[in-house]
Design a protein around this ligand. Structure first.
Ligand SMILES: C[S@@+](CC[C@H](N)C(=O)[O-])C[C@H]1O[C@@H](n2cnc3c(N)ncnc32)[C@H](O)[C@@H]1O
Length: 268
């Protein structure tokens, strides 16, 4: 058996050679030992088992996202369980959550369409106990993950299966990070996304706007907040105004990309 220090040195070097962030070695080793990075550094001479770490690193070198290997991803300051049944929550989706927290009226009934890991629905429920939150997904597999997160985080939200809003009646606020990548573009995505994240979470069809259009068709008089894809601002404006919505806001993400659209029937 080798020491923590030697194991870290050799595996971090190998990670660099393979184009993987050496920090992943520390994260995985820390998870295996149940210890933080400062602890690993200050206990470098203690023995460490390389077999379990190498098994995890082999998955990483095969392109699997670090979040699936660790079984966790941070979102809005909380740890969500994730595996390959759900999209890994993205930082830009926190902007959608913030916009919904700002705009949802007190006591509003909120539906998160395409809840995946539950990161949006459960965060809204945890941050605003006055809201009545329902998260829906067509994928039963994704719902299992969302339910697991609901238990872990103790969130008061309902989770249900539905094909978009087909089996749902009304809501005051609809929030969604729908699949929005045009089908043909999926092949151009990074391996980590293309080969590991669920296809149903990535693309709704050839145009990319199919799910957005269907959500708007069923939205009634709800305020709608949606994350949209890179370069989709104009087409989303068009499909929304064609359905009688006013574009109240288009919020940029940290990279300056129009990312979250806020729609209502009459304007704010
Ligand atoms: C981009 S992911 C978003 C997941 C999560 N809300 C997030 O932001 O990380 C889209 C989600 O929509 C779900 N979905 C795709 N098509 C759907 C449909 N027709 N009806 C309901 N959910 C759908 C997928 O299963 C996936 O969980």
């Amino acid at each position: 058996m080798t020491s923590i220090r030697k194991l870290r040195e050799s595996r971090r070097e190998e990670a660099l050679r393979r184009g993987i962030n050496p920090r992943d070695v520390d994260l995985l080793l820390g998870d295996l030992l149940g210890r933080s990075l400062p602890w690993l550094i200050s206990h470098g001479e203690e023995p460490a088992d390389d077999v379990a770490l190498d098994a995890m690193l082999a998955r990483r070198y095969a392109g699997e996202p670090i979040q699936y290997i660790r079984g966790r991803s941070e979102f809005y300051g909380r740890d969500f369980y994730v595996d390959d049944r759900v999209l890994i929550p993205r930082p830009e989706t926190e902007l959608l959550v913030e916009a919904a927290l700002d705009r949802a009226p007190h006591g509003a009934r909120v539906i998160d369409v395409g809840t995946g890991s539950g990161c949006i629905a459960l965060t809204l429920a945890l941050e605003r106990s006055d809201l009545r939150v329902l998260g829906i997904d067509k994928s039963i597999n994704a719902l299992s993950v969302a339910k697991r997160n609901r238990e872990r985080l103790g969130a008061n939200a309902t989770l249900a299966a539905s094909d978009l809003l087909d089996s749902i009646r009304t809501a005051d606020v609809i929030v969604s990070n729908p699949p929005y990548i045009p089908a043909a573009d999926v092949e151009t995505l990074a391996t980590e996304v293309r080969d590991f994240e669920p296809r149903i979470a990535l693309t709704p069809g050839p145009l990319g706007t199919e799910a957005i259009e269907r959500i708007l068709d069923s939205a009634g008089n709800a305020i709608v907040l949606m994350e949209v894809g890179f370069g989709q601002e104009q087409s989303v404006r068009e499909v929304a105004t064609a359905r009688g919505f006013t574009v109240d806001d288009f919020l940029n993400d940290l990279a300056g990309i129009p990312r979250v659209v806020v729609l209502s029937r009459d304007g704010e």
